[in-house]
Design a protein around this ligand. Structure first.
Ligand code: GLA
Length: 727
């Protein structure tokens, strides 16, 4: 039973005596505590976020609040006294202000807390919601707004959450990028002024910036030590993560949907549920925060069905691009099965009847097999794949169409368009986005996926892509005075469609792809089994991109494919072993013509795939420790995966820089049992490339952690994959 402290105090206001009370509001996980306080009866103050405290320390915190600064639990425009605010509302009568008082607090047995607030003058209410996830030390925080006025209100800013962070040597880790260089890590101290991380793409959250950050409270961020806060906004559209720092004591962190240029018009009697922000706190640095997010994703359904093993797949894209021909695909399927593959995925180019999809500028929306390319249809390929004991998967991009498509010819009103303005086009100079705010369009998307899956129940996997941003800002389905709701309602519509699809097809695996890694986020991942990390499959650059993604997402949901050399994206020539060693740290796949490999390469690939099947449970269920960062000065990158019972570990090591007289660091492991003895085995030995450790060699956990393994890492693109077993 939680002790809830209520302190009655006597307040004199304009000569009248009131009984006002303070009440602490705590949200707790196994190791963390978020503390707010209701003071003077109806005002909400933020007090603390950090490790759990005992009663005495908690009381001290409540007593010792700095009186020089007022930190409202959720500051709003009108009563924030000039300080930055999370919400600004324009009331039906034009009044621009809010003045919220606490009207009640609901606590649920699972530890969730709702703080109900209402405006003192207008019939609008704001509910602050907090949900703790005990085991993973995550606390979700979000807001629901209810309009009880007679007319619509306009939200000019509507952040989901506010968190003050005490100033000091505070650093920020964030991820920015572009197509083919997603999730690039940037680290910098937080300074006075405003820093806003945001996306304005409209359709995708995260090509250019990601909706997650880490905040290190003890100076320059470290992987395995230091007090660190992580925050992830669970939203697939435009977002804003804002640090507003004045000279006073705190950095103010606001997270939510980006309100510019798209405020939200909320109808009378309606409730707007804003996306959640997941916070976590760890004393074990960035790695601790990542492991909390990984555990939360896996145990709380924040990525779809993380309990089932991910199949090893061959995707047709980089092998044939749009040039799909039945005999070539059949050969790919056969060759893939000979390598030990489990799933074959037919990417873009298989559909379109009136207009063939030979170039990426037509046919989206016409989801019928192009029989000129596949005379025996999808059915034929499914049969070939199943005859080989494998599963079949298919690429779709259901929210889009092209000028040259039957869909657009039939339903020109289904695309977003800015009134009478000429349409602006995306990929291929003709791609347009369908209006997911329109219920008819949502039905079309749901029915299309449903009929594909119901018509071919053997389809085990879908790759759901999104290759163009939201270019034409206007919806014929929304009324004239609700046009600013597009950015929000689009994503609400998308999630509604996904929910309906999932209700009917719970077993199909679905990959989240956004022109590479443009759209993975915790708003969408509850419906997707995995995501495509990047269209850049150059293994060397992938080490950086995957490193960034792993900061917030568990590795086995990250699609990582071995592709051809020279790389189609960078032209880099990388040995097959390095390519496999990099891809095997997540969900392994391939993205090339197996027939283009030499016999030696194929033989190696077959063994590497067999090895992956053995280590897959550890990649999926183990804890990931990032060791040497590719961003650091060591010239290496390495990660360790450790099984829950500590009996097994895998070390991945990659050489990222190569020069004469280079000092090769030792690879020091972490979190092993110092007194236990471990034997090592090197996997993925490539013919002619020397071993880096002697198989069966024994080391104490202490030695491995203090001294580390000495690996030669001699040649350019050297890499090593070492399995450790506790004896
Ligand atoms: C996007 C995806 C690729 C591929 C192509 C197909 O770029 O990220 O993997 O599916 O579309 O057009």
């Amino acid at each position: 039973m939680k002790l809830i402290k209520t302190i009655l105090s006597v307040v004199f206001l304009q000569g009248v005596q009131f009984f006002a009370f303070s009440e602490e509001i705590s949200i707790e996980t196994s190791n963390t505590l978020m503390l707010l306080e209701r003071v003077e009866g109806d005002t909400l103050k933020f007090v603390y976020y950090g490790p759990r405290l005992d009663r005495i320390d908690q009381d001290r915190l409540l007593r010792e609040k700095d009186p020089s600064i007022v930190l409202y639990g959720y500051p709003v425009f009108g009563t924030s006294d000039g300080a930055p605010y999370a919400m600004q509302m324009e009331h039906a009568d034009g009044n621009q202000t809010l003045d919220l008082k606490v009207t009640g607090i609901d606590r649920r047995p699972d530890g969730s807390v709702d703080i109900n607030m209402a405006d003192r003058l207008f019939p609008v209410s704001v509910k602050l919601r907090y949900k703790p996830y005990e085991g993973s030390d995550v606390i979700e925080s979000w807001v629901e707004v209810k309009n009880g006025e007679e007319g619509a209100v306009r939200l000019h800013r509507f952040d989901s959450s506010f968190l003050p962070i005490e100033q000091g040597d505070v650093w920020l880790s964030r991820l920015h990028g572009d197509w083919a260089s997603e999730a690039t890590l940037v680290e910098e101290p937080l300074r006075p002024g405003m820093l806003q991380i945001k996306t304005t793409d409209g359709a995708r959250s995260s090509h250019y910036a990601r909706p997650e950050v880490m905040i290190s409270l003890d100076g320059k961020p470290c992987e395995n030590k230091g007090r660190t806060i992580g925050a992830a906004l669970e939203w697939s559209g435009n977002f804003s993560l804002r640090f507003d720092t004045e000279s006073r004591r705190v950095h103010r962190f606001f997270a939510g949907v980006l309100a510019e240029p798209s405020g939200y018009v909320l109808d009378p009697d309606s409730v707007l549920v804003l996306p959640r922000v997941a916070y976590t706190y760890s004393r074990n640095g960035k790695g601790g925060v990542s492991r909390n997010f990984h555990s939360w994703a896996k145990t709380e359904g924040k990525v779809y069905r993380t309990d089932r093993p991910r199949d090893i797949l061959l995707n047709s894209w980089e092998g044939v691009y749009l040039n799909i021909k039945e005999p070539v695909i059949e050969k790919m399927v056969n060759d893939w099965s000979a390598l030990g593959g489990e799933l074959f995925v037919l990417d873009d180019g298989w559909f379109g009847d009136k207009y063939p999809r030979n170039v990426d500028n037509s046919s989206l929306g016409d989801w019928r097999t192009d029989r000129r390319k596949l005379p025996h249809g999808i059915e034929g390929l499914i049969k070939t794949t199943q005859d080989k004991g494998m599963k079949f998967g298919l690429w779709i991009e259901p929210e889009f169409t092209n000028v040259r498509s039957k869909l657009y010819e039939t339903h020109p009103d289904w695309v977003l368009r800015a009134g009478g303005r000429p349409l602006r086009y995306g990929r291929g100079g003709t791609q347009m986005i369908l209006d997911m705010t329109n219920p008819e369009v949502r039905d079309f998307v749901v029915n299309l996926v449903d009929s594909l899956l119901s018509g071919h129940p053997e389809i085990a996997y879908l790759k759901w892509d999104c290759n163009t941003f939201l270019l034409n800002y206007g919806s014929s389905s929304l009324p004239a005075d609700r046009q600013t709701n597009i950015y929000f309602d689009y994503h609400k519509g998308l999630t509604d469609a996904l929910k309906r699809i999932r209700a009917k097809h719970p077993d199909v695996a679905i990959q989240n792809c956004g022109g590479g890694g443009g759209r993975y986020n915790y708003g969408l991942m509850p419906y997707f089994d995995e995501f495509w990390v990047s269209d850049n499959t150059d293994a060397w650059q992938r080490v950086f991109i995957q490193w960034g993604a792993s900061m917030f997402y568990p590795p086995h949901v990250m699609g990582q494919h071995v592709s051809a050399s020279p790389s189609h994206q960078t032209g880099r020539i990388i040995p097959m072993k390095f390519r496999f060693d990099v891809a095997m740290s997540g969900r392994l796949g391939m993205e090339m013509l197996p027939s283009a490999m030499t016999e030696t390469e194929r033989d190696f690939a077959r063994k590497a795939i067999a090895n992956y099947k053995e280590i897959r449970p550890l990649i999926q269920n183990g804890e990931q420790y990032r060791l040497l960062s590719p961003y650091g000065d060591s010239g290496m990158a390495s990660m360790e995966y450790l099984s829950a019972d500590g009996s097994e570990a895998i070390l991945f090591a990659y050489k990222m820089k190569h020069y004469q007289n280079q000092v090769i660091p030792r690879f020091r492991l972490v979190a092993l049992d110092p007194d236990a003895i471990y034997s090592v085995e090197e996997l993925n030995i490539y013919p002619g490339v020397g071993r880096q450790v002697a198989d069966g060699e024994k080391y104490s956990g202490r030695y491995l952690m203090e001294n580390g393994l000495r690996l030669s890492m001699g040649s350019e693109y050297s890499s090593s994959l070492i399995r450790l077993k506790r004896l």
